[in-house]
Design a protein around this ligand. Structure first.
Ligand SMILES: [Zn+2]
Length: 140
Protein backbone atom coordinates (compact mmCIF):
# COMPACT_ATOMS: atom_id res chain seq x y z
CA UNK A 1 0.00 0.00 0.00
CA UNK A 2 1.50 3.37 -0.99
CA UNK A 3 -0.28 6.56 -0.10
CA UNK A 4 0.88 9.87 -1.50
CA UNK A 5 0.34 13.21 0.15
CA UNK A 6 2.11 16.51 -0.37
CA UNK A 7 0.67 18.09 2.74
CA UNK A 8 3.27 16.49 5.02
CA UNK A 9 6.96 15.74 4.73
CA UNK A 10 8.68 12.49 5.65
CA UNK A 11 7.78 8.86 5.25
CA UNK A 12 6.03 6.79 7.88
CA UNK A 13 6.22 3.02 7.87
CA UNK A 14 2.91 1.32 8.59
CA UNK A 15 4.00 -2.27 9.18
CA UNK A 16 6.52 -4.33 7.20
CA UNK A 17 4.98 -3.95 3.76
CA UNK A 18 3.27 -0.58 3.88
CA UNK A 19 4.27 3.03 4.22
CA UNK A 20 2.78 6.47 3.83
CA UNK A 21 5.03 8.31 1.39
CA UNK A 22 5.15 12.08 1.47
CA UNK A 23 7.34 14.73 -0.09
CA UNK A 24 9.19 14.74 -3.40
CA UNK A 25 11.80 12.08 -2.66
CA UNK A 26 15.22 12.02 -4.35
CA UNK A 27 16.22 10.92 -7.81
CA UNK A 28 17.58 7.34 -7.86
CA UNK A 29 19.65 7.57 -11.06
CA UNK A 30 21.65 10.64 -10.07
CA UNK A 31 25.12 9.46 -8.94
CA UNK A 32 26.07 12.92 -7.67
CA UNK A 33 23.03 13.05 -5.38
CA UNK A 34 23.58 9.49 -4.13
CA UNK A 35 27.31 9.98 -3.42
CA UNK A 36 26.67 13.25 -1.63
CA UNK A 37 23.95 11.61 0.44
CA UNK A 38 26.19 8.64 1.29
CA UNK A 39 28.95 11.01 2.43
CA UNK A 40 26.56 12.97 4.67
CA UNK A 41 25.19 9.71 6.06
CA UNK A 42 28.69 8.43 6.95
CA UNK A 43 29.62 11.71 8.62
CA UNK A 44 26.37 11.78 10.58
CA UNK A 45 26.64 8.18 11.78
CA UNK A 46 30.28 8.58 12.83
CA UNK A 47 29.48 11.76 14.72
CA UNK A 48 26.35 10.24 16.29
CA UNK A 49 28.26 7.23 17.65
CA UNK A 50 30.87 9.50 19.26
CA UNK A 51 28.16 11.66 20.81
CA UNK A 52 26.24 8.58 22.01
CA UNK A 53 29.35 7.47 23.92
CA UNK A 54 29.37 10.83 25.70
CA UNK A 55 25.62 10.68 26.39
CA UNK A 56 26.02 7.16 27.84
CA UNK A 57 28.78 8.38 30.18
CA UNK A 58 26.56 11.27 31.27
CA UNK A 59 23.57 8.89 31.63
CA UNK A 60 21.49 11.23 29.44
CA UNK A 61 18.89 8.83 28.05
CA UNK A 62 16.94 11.52 26.17
CA UNK A 63 20.06 12.55 24.29
CA UNK A 64 20.91 8.91 23.60
CA UNK A 65 17.45 8.34 22.09
CA UNK A 66 17.73 11.46 19.95
CA UNK A 67 21.20 10.50 18.73
CA UNK A 68 20.12 6.94 17.90
CA UNK A 69 17.26 8.45 15.85
CA UNK A 70 19.89 10.49 14.02
CA UNK A 71 22.08 7.41 13.56
CA UNK A 72 19.16 5.53 11.96
CA UNK A 73 17.93 8.50 9.91
CA UNK A 74 17.11 7.37 6.37
CA UNK A 75 18.40 3.83 7.10
CA UNK A 76 15.36 2.30 5.42
CA UNK A 77 14.55 3.59 1.97
CA UNK A 78 11.57 2.97 -0.28
CA UNK A 79 12.02 3.22 -4.03
CA UNK A 80 9.18 3.92 -6.38
CA UNK A 81 8.99 5.42 -9.86
CA UNK A 82 12.75 6.15 -10.00
CA UNK A 83 12.80 8.06 -6.71
CA UNK A 84 13.62 7.08 -3.15
CA UNK A 85 11.93 8.08 0.07
CA UNK A 86 12.82 7.62 3.71
CA UNK A 87 11.99 8.74 7.22
CA UNK A 88 13.92 11.73 8.52
CA UNK A 89 14.95 12.22 12.15
CA UNK A 90 14.70 16.03 11.79
CA UNK A 91 17.40 16.56 14.43
CA UNK A 92 19.69 19.56 14.13
CA UNK A 93 22.82 17.43 14.40
CA UNK A 94 21.89 15.31 11.35
CA UNK A 95 23.64 16.39 8.16
CA UNK A 96 21.00 14.66 6.00
CA UNK A 97 18.16 16.58 7.63
CA UNK A 98 20.16 19.84 7.74
CA UNK A 99 20.73 19.68 3.98
CA UNK A 100 17.00 19.31 3.41
CA UNK A 101 16.25 22.12 5.88
CA UNK A 102 18.79 24.34 4.10
CA UNK A 103 17.26 23.61 0.68
CA UNK A 104 13.80 24.36 2.04
CA UNK A 105 14.97 27.69 3.48
CA UNK A 106 16.71 28.64 0.22
CA UNK A 107 13.55 27.87 -1.75
CA UNK A 108 11.46 30.00 0.60
CA UNK A 109 13.79 33.04 0.53
CA UNK A 110 14.96 32.81 -3.09
CA UNK A 111 11.92 34.52 -4.70
CA UNK A 112 12.46 37.57 -2.47
CA UNK A 113 16.24 37.63 -2.87
CA UNK A 114 15.90 37.42 -6.65
CA UNK A 115 14.06 40.75 -6.56
CA UNK A 116 17.02 42.50 -4.89
CA UNK A 117 19.24 44.58 -7.13
CA UNK A 118 22.65 43.48 -5.78
CA UNK A 119 22.33 40.79 -3.10
CA UNK A 120 25.32 39.85 -0.96
CA UNK A 121 25.70 36.99 1.49
CA UNK A 122 27.37 38.23 4.65
CA UNK A 123 28.17 36.34 7.83
CA UNK A 124 29.02 38.43 10.86
CA UNK A 125 30.88 36.77 13.69
CA UNK A 126 32.25 37.94 16.97
CA UNK A 127 34.24 36.27 19.73
CA UNK A 128 32.08 34.79 22.49
CA UNK A 129 31.53 37.00 25.52
CA UNK A 130 30.08 36.53 28.99
CA UNK A 131 26.36 37.15 29.48
CA UNK A 132 26.85 40.54 31.16
CA UNK A 133 28.69 41.79 28.05
CA UNK A 134 26.11 40.62 25.50
CA UNK A 135 24.08 43.83 25.24
CA UNK A 136 27.15 46.04 24.79
CA UNK A 137 28.71 43.75 22.17
CA UNK A 138 25.42 43.37 20.34
CA UNK A 139 24.91 47.15 20.13
CA UNK A 140 28.51 47.68 19.00
ZN1 LIG B 1 18.09 13.09 10.00
Amino acid sequence: MWLYTLAQSGTDYVGDNAAIITGNGSELGNDKVLKSRAKRKLITQTMALSLIDIAVKKEDTEKQKSLWNTYHCQNKLITIDGRFYGKYCKNRNCTLCCSIRKADIINRYLPTIKQWEAPYFVTLTVKSVKANMLRRVFQK
